[in-house]
Write a protein that binds this ligand. Structure first.
Ligand code: BGC
Length: 370
């Protein structure tokens, strides 16, 4: 079967012929891969900056944002041919002292010995067929097929929001206008970055009731600004409005910052805008650049005197996949056009190297396999 693989030692990325997998355990299923999204992590892997092949291989099949269709189902899988599924990415470690992995919370793995499909020591989904255990698959209703590939990037926001509810449980945070399911009502959130993680995060925050402002560079013609407006959020062009202006504009009213750019200097500037009892969430993974200077006394003083909380978040558990699947359904109903516009291009597998190497631009590029 065809697959896209990176050879880190040979510094090559190629469309390869890889043996078609077959399942071995009754809880496994065979998937025909439908679509695989391309994100910043994939671009780093094909630039040989990240990613590790599985033991015994000199190549790694990439791809971790995906949707597939069950073609053969083991008798104990609980799935059937034709089911649409989205697989998760991370697989548990077997370190005897890790308490997260045995609890199916490998997203919080302590040992760092987890594997990740398409990223770390485990082949990914940019292949015609994949075999996977049903416990790592999440069923999606058939009408959501056009958006199913967006579930994995949305899980980042869902895991973040789940943690916001947990940490803000420390406070009397619920405003009178909040109802079940919109605990964010009456709270102001800002999203840094209008890439797919930022836009999907902004949608999830809107559904959770927040007032949302997206701060990003405006790029002509790719629809980001329109998507933000369509979901009832405000778009602020970073080229027009400086960070300092944003900081003074929000004064003491900013309850949540959702960082989705991976640029630490911008992020730390925005930390100054966070209001009392606010939460700052880092989701970006910055590359190693020259050090930036920050006024640490100021930040520490503010964090203490304002009861602020800063956390980083990576990967996602099953509960976040379930929340993402529910929210994709809500987005599809409320904002079908905005949601569709997040996927800029669908590209066949034999042209996958174009979006991977950055010659095809857009918000989210997706490799259409079947
Ligand atoms: C993926 C995560 C993964 C992380 C680090 C991200 O692109 O969405 O699932 O844990 O990369 O490898």
């Amino acid at each position: 079967m065809k697959a896209i693989a990176v050879y880190p030692a040979g510094r090559r990325v190629e469309l390869i012929d890889h043996p078609e997998p077959s399942f071995e355990s009754p809880s496994e299923v065979k998937l025909r891969m439908l679509e695989v999204g391309i994100c910043g992590t994939d671009k780093e892997i094909v630039a040989f900056e990240y990613g590790t092949p599985p033991a015994g291989f000199d190549y790694l099949i990439i791809g971790h944002e995906s949707a597939g269709e069950v073609v053969e189902a083991g008798p104990e899988s609980g799935l059937k041919p034709g089911d649409l599924v989205v697989p998760s990415v991370r697989r548990p470690c077997s370190h005897p002292e890790c308490i997260a992995c045995p609890a199916e919370r490998q997203d919080f793995c302590y040992s760092g010995e987890f594997t990740e499909r398409g990223i770390k020591q485990h082949h990914g989904y940019m292949a015609e067929y994949v075999v996977e255990d049903a416990r790592f698959l999440n069923r999606v209703a058939a009408p959501l097929r056009p958006y199913a590939v967006l579930v994995e990037p949305l899980t980042i926001a869902e895991k973040a929001i789940e943690q916001v509810w947990d940490v803000q449980n420390r406070l009397p945070w619920k405003r009178p206008q909040a109802a079940a399911g919109n605990l964010g009502a009456g709270h102001q959130a800002i999203v840094l970055g209008a890439g797919p993680v930022g836009l999907l995060g902004a949608m999830a925050l809107r559904v959770a009731g927040f007032d949302v402002c997206v701060y990003s560079r405006h790029t002509e013609g790719d629809g980001r600004t329109e998507i933000v407006r369509a979901i009832g959020a405000e778009f602020v062009d970073a080229q027009q409005v400086a960070v300092e202006e944003m900081v003074s504009r929000f004064g003491h009213t900013l309850d949540l910052v959702y960082e989705a750019v991976g640029a630490s200097s911008l992020a730390f500037e925005f930390l100054k805008a966070l209001g009392p009892n606010g939460v700052f969430i880092f989701t970006g993974v910055p590359g190693r650049k020259a050090p930036v200077s920050v006024d640490t006394d100021h930040l520490m003083r503010e964090m203490v005197l304002k009861n602020q909380l800063v956390f980083g978040t990576v990967n996602a558990p099953r509960s976040s996949f379930e929340a993402a699947i529910r929210d994709i359904g809500v987005f599809a109903e409320k904002w079908p056009e905005a949601l569709s516009r997040i996927i800029t291009n669908r590209i066949p597998m034999d042209r996958a190297l174009e979006p991977l190497s950055g010659t095809v631009h857009g918000i989210k590029n997706v490799v259409a396999i079947a």
